[in-house]
Design a protein around this ligand. Structure first.
Ligand code: SAH
Ligand code: SF4
Length: 332
């Protein structure tokens, strides 16, 4: 959906039409403007012509997740995932770019290189696509949105910002700030801006190594913004917001999973509002996942050191929808 176009069309209408259009989109989850019965017929027709909302998509149903591939205007496609939790909550994992410029060694999206930034409308479309599907199939609602799909959200900040605001808008999707999260590889100046703009949105930071040397090998962005700069901006965010920050650490066999690395990580993580999320590596070619026992020992070392630590078995492996596996294959 083209948000700019939508607002342009509605600019010539009475003010309350914006609210009605947003409600039709985000609350009633229409997929054709003709269904927006509060709007007059000529306007519905004009909207269908100038900013159609039907999406070209395909779905892949997994055991505990659902992946949707959305065709974009220029022939590219983007993937978004719905994660179904055991407690009934449903998380929509949205993408912000096709490909990614940051080239982290373990990530399939990074392997693609950078293709395009998504527009705010294309980010929003992913949530709408999943929400419409859930409604049609009577599977409930999206309870959380995380920007953890393809791409680095803080390198497409303006579009992400607009999308988050529309998702939060009570007339639109009405999702509370605290039900949204953004994960970044550590774009330090943009974290500062994000912290001011969205103090209540959960911040997650991809860490993956306890030293600059290793982190620079795994995540080239560390050569630009090192650990010291990263922790400094995270601490400022925590001071300003009193919110906890989640650090993501994917365990790679023989690379970042040794007992000494666990101890080094424990030292770094030993701060009141830091939480650590250990992630099982989803194979993308380059590395191997840590042995189960090694993973558990790593976890225990941190736990015993008093660190708030959780394990993430990312669902969706059966449909290539797990962390780091999204590549937006073209439509067949
Ligand atoms: N670009 C952002 C957000 C998207 S990635 C970022 O890097 O934070 C979401 C999470 O999945 C990140 O922590 C990322 O490092 C991790 N990830 C990437 N590839 C993975 C893989 N193959 N297995 C497990 N986690 C992976
Ligand atoms: Fe980009 Fe995040 Fe993948 Fe790194 S892990 S290449 S920042 S999407």
């Amino acid at each position: 959906m083209d948000i700019v176009k939508l607002l342009q069309v509605l600019a010539g209408e009475p003010q309350f039409r914006i609210k009605q259009a947003k409600q039709a989109l985000g609350r009633d989850l229409i997929d054709d403007w003709q269904e927006a019965k509060t709007l007059p017929e000529p306007l519905r027709r004009r909207l269908n012509q100038e900013c159609p909302i039907a999406l070209d998509s395909s779905f892949f149903v997994g055991r505990d997740s659902l992946k949707a591939r959305l065709r974009l205007a220029d022939g590219l496609s983007v993937e978004t995932v719905l994660i179904k939790h055991r407690d009934g909550r449903q998380t929509a994992c949205l993408s912000s770019q096709v490909g990614c410029a940051l080239g982290c060694a373990f990530c399939a999206t990074g392997g693609l290189g950078f293709k395009i930034n998504l527009t705010a409308g294309e980010i929003l479309d992913q949530a709408l696509l999943l929400a419409r599907h859930l409604k049609k199939t009577r599977q409930g609602k999206i309870s959380q949105v995380v920007l953890m799909g393809m791409g680095e959200p803080l390198l497409n900040y303006e579009a992400v910002k607009t999308a988050l605001k529309w998702l939060n808008d009570k007339d639109m999707f009405g999702l509370g700030w605290r039900h949204m999260s953004l994960s970044t590889a550590g774009i330090v100046p943009a974290i500062k801006t994000f912290s001011k703009d969205f103090p209540q949105v959960n911040l997650a930071v991809s860490l993956h190594a306890p030293t600059d040397e290793l982190r620079s090998q795994l995540m080239p962005i560390n050569r630009r913004y090192n650990l010291q700069q990263l922790f400094k901006v995270v601490d400022a965010h925590i001071k300003a917001t009193s919110r906890q920050v989640m650090f993501e650490y994917t365990l790679l066999k023989g690379v970042n999973d040794s007992p000494a690395q666990a101890r080094a990580l424990a030292k770094l993580m030993d701060k009141p509002l830091y939480v650590l999320n250990l992630i099982y590596y989803n194979p993308t070619g380059a590395f191997h996942p840590s042995e189960r026992q090694v993973f558990d020992d790593f976890y225990l070392t941190l736990k015993k050191a008093g660190i708030k630590v959780t394990k993430r078995f990312s669902p969706g492996q059966d449909i290539a929808a797990a962390c780091g596996q999204l590549i937006g294959r073209p439509f067949a």
